[in-house]
Write a protein that binds this ligand. Structure first.
Ligand code: FMN
Length: 348
């Protein structure tokens, strides 16, 4: 690392470690794990916790209809370790206030730090139910969702949302203001239009526009890969902190690296890949564990110069033992890394 990198890291760490409270509750720092279906599961979060440095973690999206009766010992997504609850936010997805309210009550009763309403997902199954990003087309429904949850619970309430369905930022500004008036404690904003599945760059300047429109904390999200980019997002937009998605899966130690002195060791990728395999196997049945591991490999393999061939080795695995063998045979100290993970792999 050269002297310039060093000073970026020092400045960044100082910024990220500034005290912050959300809805009256203190948060350890301003670098958070974004919600990611299929990736941000309890097994991954346990590995992440081992490195430390993540201020708040968000669960995968959990269906508001299912949450009230879900059994955490069996559920694939509504599952946690008790020790993570003080910094774990449960993300719910849904649009019917009655369902959202019941889900919110359960989330509060279980002891989560807070609850997050998903207004960003544009997967067809979610949009069909008028949920996720579909709520951005219907501001009255979006506001009703937020108001109903706010009335029901006192834990911090988050909304994660996107620009909307057209590049015009004004509708998102109006929504942000209405969410603040309805008692939302924090916004996490991903500046992309809803139909864009991360294929075009996000528009960072729109985070600034949202931040300037409200006085509650606004976290920026999208395409942050390096410490320089994280600092640029903070500086350029004035946002209160940054939420990291895909890079958190590619290199889970980045939270510790960017907020403290942590430096990953020579065998960091190898250890991570094996640890995640073990934890997934402990948490899920073999089929589910394998499926989740294979999704992880898309983001993990993108780190490496020969990521495509590595990924095809993983995808050929039929059991978790095959996975472990693929790790042992293919991941070595000193492998050539891409300076930025290969985003073409990320969009597969
Ligand atoms: C596989 C995958 C699953 C995702 N699932 C969710 C989700 O359940 N809820 C949500 O709000 N966003 C979800 N997202 C979006 C991320 O939270 C984040 O907004 C997006 O990846 C951009 O951030 P990044 O560039 O740091 O990855 C998902 C993204 C990916 C790649």
């Amino acid at each position: 690392m050269n002297a310039a990198d060093e000073s970026v890291k020092q400045i960044l760490a100082k910024r990220l470690n500034q005290a912050l409270s959300i809805g009256g509750k203190p948060v350890a720092n301003r670098l958070w794990l974004a919600p990611m279906a299929g990736l941000g599961h309890v097994a991954y979060r346990e590995v992440l916790a081992g490195y430390g440095g993540c201020g708040l973690m968000f669960t995968e999206m959990c269906g508001s209809r299912a949450v009230p009766t879900e059994n955490p010992r069996v559920s694939t997504v509504f599952r946690w370790r008790d020790e993570e609850l003080p910094r774990l936010v449960c993300q719910i997805v849904g649009s019917i206030p009655r369902d959202l309210v019941r889900a919110a009550r359960r989330v509060e009763d279980e002891g989560f730090f807070g609850i997050d309403i998903n207004m960003g997902c544009s997967a067809s199954g979610v949009i069909k139910r008028n949920s996720g990003a579909a709520l951005l087309r219907d501001p009255a429904a979006a506001l009703a969702a937020v108001e109903s949850v706010r009335r029901e619970v006192s834990i911090p309430l988050f909304v994660k949302f996107r620009t909307g369905w057209s590049p015009d930022i004004e509708p998102a500004v109006a929504l942000a203001r209405s969410f603040e008036s309805a008692g939302v404690d924090c916004l996490v904003f991903h500046p992309r239009v809803a139909p864009d599945k991360r294929t075009r760059p996000s528009i960072m300047d729109h985070i600034r526009v949202i931040k300037e429109a409200v006085s509650i904390p606004v976290f920026g999200n999208g395409d942050v890969v390096t410490p320089e980019e994280c600092l640029t997002m903070l500086d350029h937009t004035g946002c209160d902190g940054v939420s990291i998605g895909r890079m958190a899966v590619a290199r889970p130690w980045l939270f510790a690296e960017w907020t403290s002195e942590f430096i990953p060791g020579e065998t960091a990728f190898y250890d991570y890949a094996l640890q995640l395999a073990d934890k997934l196997e402990n948490c899920y049945d073999p089929i589910r564990a394998l499926k989740r591991y294979k999704l992880f490999t898309v983001f993990f393999a993108a780190n490496f110069a020969f990521g495509h061939s590595l990924q095809s080795r993983f995808l050929a695995a039929k059991t978790m033992d095959d996975i472990r063998n693929a790790v042992r045979e293919n991941i070595r100290p000193g492998m050539r890394l891409n300076s930025r993970p290969n985003m073409n792999l990320h969009s597969t």
